[in-house]
Design a binder for this molecule. Structure first.
Ligand code: UDP
Length: 495
């Protein structure tokens, strides 16, 4: 019996597949588990065909409605080389009139509005419509702590964060090393730092925060966010809910390319293949790509590698523009141009390359996968943890350096290069040795400790989502609050 039932939930996601995917999955969860009407307002970037394609496939099961708002031309508002966070915040700001129009045209009138961290400037619009409003953090609790605490650090610390001698202390949470700060903190003079401070100041203005984590995974960080003597005071004591893991679910229709990858995986031994991918936007230099290719060969492990053309510009070069391309023979020839000579023929029995975009969720779920060399985007991380797959943590951008620390040092489910890949090329011997560390099970030892640990986390994730589990209970609390809010609004309207 569904008793906690607000009428209609609206979610607002910012551009980028790493944002849109968890919002669609959260929407699906509201619709499937709680039988609610759900609308996702998706602000999308003009250049990303992938976003449009994802929206098309996400509406097929007819669980949720999606309103796609193509982004406005913002070229007159930003410099041509503006960083990702600046672009995101400006796109979301410019979308505000269209968001207002969308909300006012909805039937039935929504009662809950959930925005992502780049959408907090739309919270006042929701207040005009009397909606209960939440922020959904599609990342983890330690990251949220840093975001909301940065306005305090901004007053305390002089000079660049990356040049500090001491770690950045956050009350009740693990300190952040200067070299692992999030991208917008790398340069305080860049416009994106100002925008990021705005994000930190915007989140506490909501009625509550939902985070893609769960109690058992990050209990002490969640408690710090609730404790008014620690970070709860900064958050204005609004409720903080761990509702994760929100992970990508299998799609009903699969493409021919997906079938080919899965058929290849079917022929490989259990947990014998390492999956190599850098998310929706990760790119690397030609030199680094060469070392990675040699390392995969040297490691003598089976692999699936999602390859993108190398670039010397920012590591998040493709974040707002990823497009799906097909794996035709022509494309294979193009790829061959930037891989070591003979790589394709030498490895064709042990590995496959997928161009640009792979069916990651289906790959990680496959029993033949035994490891994931990942850029540590939070969605990829969640997908790896929930499938019990250990990782090589290879952070590239955004909050991924923090994620890598969390995975390697706190959870013990990943190994990582000795130096941050951003600073220096990681050489083939080091990469090959990391690959062997997570893939090879020593017959004399009692299994592989990283593999054991990640399986424990997988189990705890499953428990959190069961009836009575921490995330299930948190979700019910959100809906109960929403129901009370609806009732109160109705009473007010009757008066
Ligand atoms: N993804 C995918 N195929 C790819 C690359 C990425 O399906 O080839 C999906 C992946 O499963 C995840 C999302 O895109 O759900 C990437 O989000 P993440 O937070 O890991 O990284 P971001 O792209 O935001 O840096």
């Amino acid at each position: 019996m569904e008793i906690h039932k607000p009428a209609h939930v609206v979610l607002l996601s910012s551009p980028g597949l790493g944002h849109l995917i968890p919002f669609i999955e959260l929407g699906n969860r509201f619709a499937l588990h709680h039988n609610l009407k759900v609308t996702v307002i998706a602000v999308t970037s003009e250049t990303s065909a992938a976003e449009t394609q994802l929206i098309k496939s996400a509406t097929k099961p007819n669980l949720i409605n999606i309103i796609q708002l193509p982004s406005q031309d913002i070229s007159h508002l930003i410099k041509p080389d503006a960083a990702v966070v600046t672009r995101l915040c400006v796109m979301m700001r410019e979308a505000k009139p269209a968001i207002r129009t969308s909300l006012s045209n909805m039937t039935p009138q929504p009662s809950v509005f959930i925005v992502d961290i780049f959408g907090t400037e739309s919270l006042p619009i929701a207040k005009d419509f009397n909606l209960l409003n939440y922020v959904f953090v599609a990342s983890h609790a330690w990251f949220l702590s840093l975001v909301i605490y940065t306005p305090v650090l901004d007053k305390q610390i002089e000079g660049q964060y990356v040049e500090q001698q001491e770690e950045l202390k956050i009350p009740g949470c693990r300190s952040v090393r200067p070299e692992e700060v999030v991208d917008p903190m790398l340069d305080r003079n860049d416009m994106q730092y100002e925008e990021y401070l705005g994000v930190g100041n915007g989140i506490p203005k909501s009625d509550g925060v939902l985070i893609n984590t769960w109690e058992e995974l990050q209990h002490s960080d969640l408690q710090a966010l609730r404790d008014e003597d620690l970070l709860g005071g900064i958050l204005n004591k609004i409720p903080v809910y761990g509702i994760g893991p929100i992970a990508r679910q299998p799609v009903s229709e699969t493409s021919q390319e997906t079938e080919l990858v899965l058929q290849w995986l079917d022929k490989q031994p259990s947990e014998s293949v390492i999956y190599v991918s850098f998310g929706s936007g990760g790119t690397m230099s030609f030199e680094q790509m060469t070392e990675l290719a040699w390392a995969l060969e040297l490691s003598e492990q089976r692999f699936i590698w999602v390859v993108r053309a190398p670039t010397e510009v920012a590591a998040d070069a493709a974040f707002l523009s990823t497009g799906f391309t097909s794996n035709s023979d022509d494309n294979n020839e193009v790829v061959a141009n930037y891989l070591p000579e003979g790589f394709l023929s030498r490895t064709h029995n042990v590995g496959i390359l997928v161009l640009e975009w792979a069916p990651q969720e289906a790959i990680l779920r496959h029993p033949s996968i035994g490891g994931f060399l990942s850029h540590c985007g939070w969605n990829s991380t969640i997908e790896s943890l929930t499938n019990g797959v250990p990782m090589i943590a290879w952070p590239l951008y955004a909050e991924q350096r923090m994620n890598a620390t969390l995975l390697a040092e706190e959870m013990g489910v990943a190994v990582r290069p000795k130096v941050l890949p951003l600073k220096k090329v990681v050489d083939r011997e080091e990469i090959a040795s990391m690959v062997r560390e997570i893939m090879v099970v020593d017959q004399n030892a009692k299994g592989n400790p990283i593999r054991e640990r990640v399986k424990e986390i997988k189990n705890s994730a499953e428990k959190a989502l069961l009836e009575g589990g921490s995330s299930r209970v948190a979700m019910s609390e959100v809906l109960l609050t929403a129901k009370d809010h609806c009732r109160a609004c109705k009473r007010k309207n009757r008066r």
